[in-house]
Design a protein around this ligand. Structure first.
Ligand code: NAD
Length: 313
């Protein structure tokens, strides 16, 4: 029987790639999105597909459908978007999780939560392991996202303890690729858009701070592997790419791959700019037999190809 899979946030960056991958393996996909940060063009190529259905819906309201699996990705992911309406961000994480868990309970569906490395807050240990409880400010501007996602994790584990709901919790670290938002303030999309426009690329400090980014296809493979894993594998599992590069390296690669003549400019390092961000994915390697395989150059090349189409350069 064809699996019926619900993807909330399916018109977003990650959600649309997940819909592609699930359809490619033969699933029946119901994509739910309220288009807050999602875009029609992300799923335009799927409209008319015989196993794809789109429903415009806000997950803070109950949803009555029959499904076998639920991937709960709905939630704005970048600070500019989640701080735009912080109350709605918390509602999406918390009430949205309650609604989706209620649906999973009624339909006996398996349910996966797209959680985030931000549940670790401003961490005291590097890289972060799943057993670390985090250090999160409950009243700051980022709290609507960080605390909303933490509460969603609590709800997932309480539904498991109280109702035996089959849960999976993925803690996603920074991911990049085609269909990212051009203006969401993230460093990969910022550098690419600036390079394609010939605008200056700004490095903070000397650009020696390190980051690690996962290419979207690798991340989607991990989400599906987690959903397919045995029932004892609930997570939370860190998913991301631990390969580090400096911000200066990233800028240099973007300039080379775009052939841009943009100048690099320097600005003082902001006080809250982390020196290092990197996932520990030992558990995911062991439990899912998964590891990212796309290198930065290949991933950047595909992402730049996408942005050329979007900004027309
Ligand atoms: N991209 C990353 O690097 C990253 C890192 C950590 C966690 N995540 C998580 O992964 C998920 C997807 O992130 P993304 O990068 O694709 O972000 P995105 O903003 O592109 O996608 C989120 C989608 O959710 C939809 N949405 C928001 N609120 C909704 C609501 N109330 N009802 C229905 N739909 C709603 C948006 O319209 C959008 O299509 C999010 O939950 C995010 O927190 C992403």
């Amino acid at each position: 029987m064809t699996r019926k899979v619900l993807v909330t946030g399916g018109a977003g960056f990650l959600g649309s790639h997940l819909c592609d991958a699930l359809l490619a393996r033969g699933d029946d996909v119901l994509c739910v999105d309220n288009f807050f940060t999602g875009q029609r063009r992300n799923i335009a190529h799927l409209m008319g597909h015989e196993r794809f259905e789109f429903l415009r819906h806000d997950i803070t309201f109950p949803l009555y459908v029959e499904v076998d699996e639920i991937y709960n990705l709905a939630c704005p992911a970048s600070p500019v978007h989640y701080q735009f309406d912080p109350v709605q961000t918390t509602k999406t994480s918390v009430i949205g999780a309650i609604n989706m868990l209620g649906l999973a309970k009624r339909t006996k569906a398996k349910i996966l939560q797209a959680s985030t490395s931000e549940v670790y807050g401003d961490p005291e240990i590097h890289p972060q392991v799943e057993s670390y409880w985090g250090r999160v400010n409950p009243i700051g501007r980022r709290s609507c996202y960080d605390e909303g996602k933490r509460c969603a994790e609590t709800l997932f584990f309480d539904y498991r303890r109280q109702h035996n709901t089959r849960i999976k919790v993925a803690r996603i670290f920074n991911t990049y690729g085609p269909r990212m938002h051009p203006n969401d303030g993230r460093v990969v999309s910022n550098f690419i858009v600036q390079a394609l426009a010939g605008a200056p690329i700004t490095l903070y400090g000397e650009g020696r701070q390190t980051r690690s980014f996962c290419y979207v296809d690798d991340l989607i493979a991990a989400l599906i592997a987690l959903m397919d894993s045995g029932e004892d594998v609930t997570g939370p599992l860190n998913l991301g790419n631990p390969t580090e590069f400096t911000i200066a390296d990233l800028a240099a690669q973007v300039l080379t791959l775009t052939g841009s003549t943009s100048q690099i400019t320097y600005a003082p390092l902001p006080s809250d700019d982390p020196r290092q961000r990197k996932p520990d994915i030992t558990l995911a390697r062991q439990l899912l037999d998964w590891a990212p395989t796309t290198g930065l150059e290949a991933g950047l090349g595909r992402t730049i190809g996408y942005f050329r189409g979007v900004v027309g350069v």
